[in-house]
Every structure is written in C-alpha cells, then in structure tokens.
Design a protein around this ligand. Sequence first.
Ligand SMILES: Cc1cc2nc3c(=O)[nH]c(=O)nc-3n(C[C@H](O)[C@H](O)[C@H](O)COP(=O)(O)OP(=O)(O)OC[C@H]3O[C@@H](n4cnc5c(N)ncnc54)[C@H](O)[C@@H]3O)c2cc1C
Length: 295
Amino acid sequence: MRTALSTLEVVRPKSLDQALRDLAASAENGRLVPLAGGTDLFVYLNAGAEVGRRFIDLWGLRELRGIRAEGKSLALGALTTFRDIREHAIVRRRFPSLAAAAAEIGAWQIQNRATLAGNIANASPAGDSLPVLMAYDAVIRVRSVRGAREIAFDQLYRGYRELALERDELITAVLLPDPPAGAFHFFRKVGTRRAQSISKVVLAGVLGRAREGRGRHARLSLGSVAPVTLRARRTEDVLREGTPSRETAARARAALAEDIAPIDDIRSTRDYRVQVAGNVLEQFLRAADPRYARA
Ligand SMILES: Cc1cc2nc3c(=O)[nH]c(=O)nc-3n(C[C@H](O)[C@H](O)[C@H](O)COP(=O)(O)OP(=O)(O)OC[C@H]3O[C@@H](n4cnc5c(N)ncnc54)[C@H](O)[C@@H]3O)c2cc1C
C-alpha cells in the first residue's frame, strides 16, 4: 500500500550543526531519516516500504555542497548531484570514470536531484558510483555531534545494505585522492539497454604503469556481482605482478571468477554475470594496453 504523504513529518534545519543536533536527539527514539534528493526515498515511500515517518531535509544545507581541492584530494560535498559531477571540469579531467558513471545514472531529471551521498548511503549493490569510488580509493567523511571521522570507502559496507555508520552520523563529503599520473581509467555499466537501466554488471578500474622495482598500480571494483560493491583483490594481485600479455589477462579473468559471487535474480543469472564481468575485464585490459591481447 502507498504511504500517505500527509502523515509524514519533515524537519528543515538551517545549518549542519542544527541538523546534527536534531539527528542526535532523535537517534534513540523515532530517528529522523536523512533526506537528500529523495530519488530513492520517494520510490520506497511510493511502494509503501518501511523507511520511516520522520525525515530531516538536508537539501538546504550549504555546508554539504560544493567541489573543492583539499590538499592532494578533491572533496565533493555530500549533496553534490550527478549533474554537478558530470559537468565539473576538474572531475572530468582527474576522475573521468566518476563523470562517466554520473552521465549514465538515470536521465537528466534524476541527475539533477540524485546526490553522491544518497547513492552511497542507499547502499545498493547496483549503485553505479560505488565501484568508481572504490577504484579511486575514496574516503568518506562523516560527522555527528561527537565530531568528524573518515572511513576508507572499501571499509564502508559491512554487509548487504549495511553501512559502518552510527545512527547519528551524516555523510558530509567524499574525498578523492589523486590517482597515479598517467594511469588508465575505465568504467563500464552493462544493463538491459544503453540508457536508464539498473546495472547487471558494473566495473571500474584504474591501471598504472609499473614503477622502478615495484608492481603496477591496479584497482578493480565491481557492482551487482555480490551483496556489496567489492574490490577484486585477487585479480588486482595478478595485474599488479604480471606483465601485460594474453596469459596474464587469462589469469586475471580466472581470478575474477573467484573474487565475485553473483546470484540469479530478476535482472540476470549468475552465469551471465560471471561471463560478462570477465568480458568487460578483458575489454578494460585491452584498452589499457594492447599487449594484454597478444600471446
Ligand atoms: C528513475 C530512477 C533511475 C535511477 N537510476 C539510477 C542509476 O542508473 N544508477 C544508480 O546508481 N542509481 C539510480 N537511481 C537511484 C538513485 O537516484 C540514486 O541512488 C541517488 O544517488 C540517491 O540519491 P538521493 O540524494 O536522491 O538520495 P535519497 O533518496 O534522498 O536518500 C537515499 C538514502 O541515503 C540516505 N542519505 C542521503 N544523504 C545522506 C547523508 N548525507 N548522510 C547519510 N545518509 C544519507 C537517506 O537517508 C536514504 O537512506 C535511480 C532512481 C530513479 C528513481
């Protein structure tokens, strides 16, 4: 049954500090649910899902907006929309996979409202920005009345839709450290059709050149192939240590089948996802370095 909107309560804090106090006061009893763009929450409400009856609207909080340099990282405020991301010159240049993912999330209407923190906190294993953030070694900044702390993105998900956040904490920003100079960046989303689809497999990768006496920089992260967005660590090891060749690509593909744990569901089968994840990995490697296609 649909939720009657008239029975819902929404509070609109004037500042981040006020929002954190409101959230803390509600943490024990009738917790206020953070509301950003509403593109996930409204769908849940419309479907009658139990998402809560009291909301705290973050949309007006200027402290959560903006994209700015912070040391060697780029800091994206929690309310950064996918439109902000796809149009931002520095994001496009330094983090092209994030801009590419943003451009494939819903259509313009969704991109105008949907926020980066909303995508993260919704914690869908099919969330398209999540593998990208993981492949870029993102760090999530969270705050509560007790202070601020930072969580490495690959430590954020404890299980299916379970975040390592306390009930009174808000995500305030996402920090992206500079990837190695000259690295190859890759993003590919596979859905039922080319636009406006939920991912069956989504893969983000960053591959840097081998440096003196050290292996190459390799990051590979996937969505829709396990209960949580994951880093394909066995595959990364193969890519880090192996020289680019068809043999290394084949070993990486075999490692990837071990790293992921897809299931059959309404969108796809397990076998399809294993096959397609392997195909997309090979596409990534060939694009990064043609030697991955040679014997
Ligand atoms: C038609 C349509 C198409 C879509 N297409 C895609 C797609 O292609 N790819 C994709 O990944 N997603 C897609 N989505 C899902 C959705 O748009 C995204 O997940 C979006 O990023 C959610 O952001 P939001 O600001 O709208 O979140 P909201 O709906 O406001 O909130 C989502 C969750 O995040 C929590 N939250 C929000 N902000 C914070 C914060 N600062 N701190 C802590 N918790 C917070 C909320 O409490 C809630 O649990 C689509 C949705 C629709 C309706």
